[in-house]
Each structure stands twice: as C-alpha cells, then as structure tokens.
Design a protein around this ligand. Structure first.
Ligand code: SAH
Ligand code: SF4
Length: 397
C-alpha cells in the first residue's frame, strides 16, 4: 500500500509541471497531491492517460469525461505542455530532425538539448530517440561521443520525444498529417509505427528510465506501440542485456563494428571492459530470442579499417548459432572525423559474403544526410549555446 501523505501541491513550486510523459505511477502521485480520495486515483489516472496518450490533447478542457471542477483544479496545478522544439529541419527525403530543449532540472540549468529524428519509409515510420544528453562512451567514429555535457534523460523526457513527433506529424486521432507523399501509407499504419533507441546516448547506461519509458510507449490504452517495433541499440553493456530482455522484451541491436578485440577496442572502447566473446554470450542468452525475433548487428563501414572480405567471413563465423541480421551502415562523416566511408563496391561485396552465408544483410540507406540527421551525426547545440552564454559573461550557463 502507498502511504497517503500528500506531497506539497505542485503550483506552490515555481512553474507548473506538465503531466505529459509521466508514467501511470507519476500521474497517480500528481492526483494524490490534489487530495483526490485514494479510491478514485486509479480510475482518474486511466482517464487522464487516455486523453494524454491516446488523443494527445494539450488542453484540459478537451477532457470531456473528466468533471469540470477537476479539470479546473488540474489546470491550476499542472499543464499539458510539451518541451520546446527549438529547431525543426526537414530533409528532401522526408526525414525530420527536431532539436528539443528540455525543461531545466534546477535553477542553474538553462535546459539541455537533445535530438530526435523521424524517418518515414513505405509501410512504417521510425522515430529515433535519444536516451541521454551526449554519451559518456567515446566510440571514435561517433559524433555524439565527442560531446562533453552528459546526463541521463528521465523516462518522461524519453516519452515526450514521441509525443512531440506525433504532434508535429499530425499522428494523433483527429489530426491531419501533411499530404506530401513522404509519410508511410497503408491500412492502419501510424505515421510513427516504430521506435529505435539509436539517437544520442547509451540506453543501457540509463536502463531504468529506458525501461519505464518503454512501458509508457507500449501501453495499449495510450501510445500503443508494439514491443516488437521498439529496438534498443547498445554498444555492448553486457551486464544490462539480460535485465533489458526480462523487463522490456523489446528487440535488441548490437553495435558490433569489428570482429576482433584489438580493432573493437579502438572503435568501441567499451570493448576493453566487455570483449566480443562476452557480448556474444549475452546475445545467445537474450530472452525470447528466436528466428522470428532476431538480434540486429550493426556494422559501420569504415574504409580500409573494418571492411575486408576476410572480416565479412569472420563475422559470419562469430554469429554462428545466433538468430541474427546484419545491418551494414555506410559511415556518415561529420566535421573533424578521421574516418571515411567504404566504397560502394566494397560494401556490396561485404554484404554479399554475409548474405550468401544465410544472413539478411541490408545496407542502411543513409537518410537525412543533408540535415546531419543520419546515424552518429547527432550532436546537439547545447555546447555551442553554453559557449555563447559564457562569452556573454553568464556564469550560470
Ligand atoms: N549508443 C548506442 C545507440 C546510439 S548510436 C549504440 O552505440 O548502439 C546508434 C548507431 O549509430 C550505433 O550502431 C552507432 O554505432 C552508429 N553510429 C555512430 N556514429 C556513426 C556514424 N558516424 N556513421 C554511421 N553510424 C554511426
Ligand atoms: Fe555513445 Fe553509441 Fe556514439 Fe558509442 S556509438 S559514443 S555508445 S552514442
């Protein structure tokens, strides 16, 4: 049983909190803080949940099933605000990148920024979400890894990325998505049908918030994404792989990128802690693994570094016994990188070797390159903003 001590009413603090992005438990606590009787909390939480996540309302007045006096009390203490989108870019291929300014965590915080990318394809639309501001890992080919400022996102901030995307694309009931021929089509296909944790950050360094967010994203009375349409990508945080499978049951992607420890130690330095052998063992034991639920292995194609036919054959040997598909990612360059993308012929040759050994080996078409929205190009403006603030003599920045 929960204790029924009411926390301080929220409006007493500076700024009203938004209910958008909250878990059921958090919404329940928000209602308790308004002194609602304990016996009503569950039912009221369910009502708010449906309005916030199924309908995507941003005004309490639209919650017609909620009694008017309660709507008014809710509006006195809370909002349904979304985080601010400080920049939106739309690529010629329909890919969209949003720079989202997070609410400040304390008085000193100016609000960090994260990036979130939407990729429409035929039959599905994928939202690539961030799990951290920046990343503490330092994979040498990744732009995000060069960002200094790092913090974990809360589950609320992770969920808000999907709400923002559905708002912007018009993907809540009653909204009209733009008719630009670039959105996925088909009976019952949502504009955002899939979520991949492949934006900024290492999701398995923030596993509690990621798992809580996945619970919200997959709740059938709200945002209703299927677990099989959510993929968590990790650079190989071995001890967190089994708990993720047990708790969330989502699809798993492994950023492999090299088949030998000496090279992987350089490309993905976390490999020194969790070498390839341990990573493969964790994959073999991933809960729910089957031919219908294969693990995706991501392999970034770096010219002259990891792209030889011998490495393709070694990759096949390494994956023996693991239901897998291999995603070959042409390296996306970013300013200052020392790597180059492999030649197209080399990539095709690599892909053929893997394919002929019986594995699907699609080459990921780079999307949104013109707006620096492709894999590994994400790096928010936060650093620049901070530098600018310092220049202006603002020490709090
Ligand atoms: N931290 C997690 C998830 C975010 S990175 C992870 O590493 O898996 C998402 C994917 O983009 C990873 O496979 C990553 O290796 C890849 N990536 C990073 N930088 C890239 C680049 N410059 N070009 C292509 N892919 C890149
Ligand atoms: Fe972090 Fe993933 Fe980039 Fe590595 S590839 S630095 S783990 S975001």
């Amino acid at each position: 049983m929960r204790q029924s001590i009411s926390p301080e009413p929220p409006a007493a603090k500076a700024g009203k909190p938004s209910l958008v992005g909250m878990t059921r438990g958090e919404i329940g606590d928000a209602l308790r803080a308004l002194d609602l009787p304990e016996r009503d909390i569950r039912m009221r939480t369910g009502q708010l949940w449906h309005w916030i996540y199924f309908h995507g309302v941003s005004d309490f007045e639209r919650m017609s099933s909620v009694a008017r006096p309660l709507r008014a009390r809710l509006a006195d203490h809370y909002t349904l605000a979304r985080p601010e989108v400080s920049n939106e870019q739309i690529s010629s291929d329909g890919t969209r990148k949003w720079l989202i300014r997070l609410d400040p965590v304390d008085a000193k915080d100016k609000g960090a920024e994260i990036e979130c990318v939407y990729i429409p394809e035929s039959g599905r639309g994928t939202l690539c979400v961030s799990s951290q501001v920046g990343c503490t890992l330092t994979c040498t080919f990744c732009h995000t890894g060069t960002q200094k400022l790092v913090r974990n996102l809360t589950s609320r901030e992770i969920v808000q990325q999907l709400v923002v995307a559905r708002d912007r694309i018009g993907d809540f009931p009653g909204m009209t998505p733009p008719d630009n021929g670039l959105l996925p089509s088909g009976e019952g296909v949502r504009a955002v049908s899939n979520v991949v944790f492949m934006g900024m950050g290492e999701p398995l360094y923030n596993v509690d918030n990621v798992a809580a967010a996945i619970d919200v994203l997959t709740d059938g009375e709200g945002l209703s994404l299927s677990k099989r349409r959510i993929t968590v990508s990790t650079s190989g945080v071995v001890p967190e792989i089994p708990p993720l499978g047990d708790r969330s049951g989502t699809m798993l992607a492994i950023s492999l990128h090299a088949v030998r420890d000496d090279l992987r130690n350089v490309l993905v330095p976390l490999n020194k802690k969790y070498p390839i052998r341990d990573l493969m063992d964790a994959c073999r034991n991933y809960p729910g693994l089957s031919n219908a639920r294969r693990i995706t292995f991501e392999y970034v194609m770096l010219k002259g570094v990891n792209d030889s036919p011998a490495e393709a054959r070694e990759l096949v040997r390494l994956l023996k016994g693991i239901p897998a598909k291999i995603n070959l990612i042409p390296f996306n360059p970013w300013p200052g990188t020392k790597y180059e993308c492999s030649d197209w012929e080399t990539i095709e040759n690599f892909s053929d070797i893997v394919f002929n050994a019986g594995y699907a080996s699609p080459v990921r078409t780079p999307r949104g390159r013109d707006i620096l929205a492709a894999c590994g190009q994400l790096k928010s403006e936060t650093e620049k903003v901070r530098a600018r603030a310092r220049l202006m003599g603002d020490e709090a920045g």
